[in-house]
Design a protein around this ligand. Structure first.
Ligand code: MN
Length: 323
């Protein structure tokens, strides 16, 4: 019995399943959560979808999003917990704290650094996304893939492959996406929901953030910062800046892009992006974080300028060592 089969068997056996994913969620976390939740519900199970943090813009149109419970805790009535896209227990944001001791935790994730915190652990770093893994589990278990399920899983794959542009755009990812379209996912509608459904305040925040875009003297590092003050002026939360890192990343010659997000006066969340062999998960790991080779993050205690200086020095040292 392999890990995929153990997950499928546990899902088939469980009458009640709580589905959740990591804090500061994006399209993969939420699409995989809702896709799994709706499919299990369709199969006659009592399910619930949970996340510790508010949704970033663009995800409000996903089918079933009205069922998602944000913040708070999960009622202790579930017999099984399906945790998606979450590399370690801490990144559930405490959602598992009230669970019954005998309820299995199914850990389904594609982060290579996953800490295997589950009762069953199915970790596949080759998978493009948690959405692709949920798709494989549903197919393997003969669960129904209705149009709303397909829509969520397609949105998950679309998000984590950068709209089928990143190195994880594998034959398997594309085959899953093709099958999901055959099951009723509508690519044009999903892309419009994710990328063309924006609030003007986001672009006002973006313009302020991009005004501060900075490159290292050698042009290999680029970074932005999202301050509490700028968020306050825009009237938005940090989740609005979730994908701003794409702009420093898109610059010619930039090998590592960073976004410094001021969570509070004394806490900064850092997002990192790279291409090819440059492993920003290792870099984030030096600061207690993790992620994928080309997309990672960490949270540091300290003020914005101190955190930024320390992180940029580490990134420069890493680049110097990899020349
Ligand atoms: Mn993911």
């Amino acid at each position: 019995v392999n890990d995929l089969e153990s997950v499928v068997a546990a899902l088939q056996a469980a009458p009640t399943v709580a589905v959740l994913a990591h804090v500061a969620p994006e399209g993969d976390a939420i699409g995989a959560t809702l896709g799994a939740c709706l499919a299990l519900r369709e199969a006659g199970k009592q399910t619930g979808a949970y996340n510790a943090d508010p949704l970033p813009p663009g995800l409000g149109a996903l089918p079933g999003v009205e069922h998602l419970v944000v913040g708070g805790s999960i009622p202790p009535t579930y017999g099984c917990y399906l945790v998606l896209d979450t590399s370690d227990l801490e990144r559930t944001g405490g959602l598992l704290d009230g669970r019954a001791a005998d309820a299995p935790v199914l850990n389904v994730d594609h982060h290579a650094g996953n800490t295997r915190f589950g009762t069953v652990n199915w970790i596949d770093p080759e998978a493009s996304s948690a959405g692709e893994m949920v798709y494989r589990a549903l197919r393997h278990g003969g669960f129904p893939i209705t149009p709303p399920v397909a829509t969520n899983l397609y949105a998950a794959i679309l998000t984590d492959t950068g709209s089928f542009r990143y190195a994880n755009t594998t034959p398997r990812a594309l085959q899953a996406a093709a099958d999901l379209v055959a099951c009723g996912a509508r690519p044009e509608e999903i892309a419009r929901g994710l990328y063309r459904n924006r609030d003007p305040r986001e672009w006002r925040l973006l313009s302020e953030v991009l005004a501060g875009l900075t490159l290292s003297p050698d042009g290999r590092l680029a970074w932005i910062q999202i301050t509490r003050a700028a968020l306050g002026r825009a009237g938005l939360g940090l989740e609005a800046a979730e994908d701003f890192i794409r702009y420093p990343r898109s610059l010619a010659g930039v090998q590592i892009a960073l976004a410094f997000k001021e969570v509070s006066e004394n806490e900064v969340r850092v997002s990192l992006r790279s291409d090819g062999d440059l492993d920003v998960a290792r870099l984030a790991g030096q600061f207690g974080g993790g992620g994928h080779r080309n997309a990672a993050g960490c949270t540091l205690a300290g003020g914005l300028s101190a955190v930024r200086a320390g992180m940029l020095a580490a990134a420069a040292a890493y680049l110097a060592g990899s020349r």
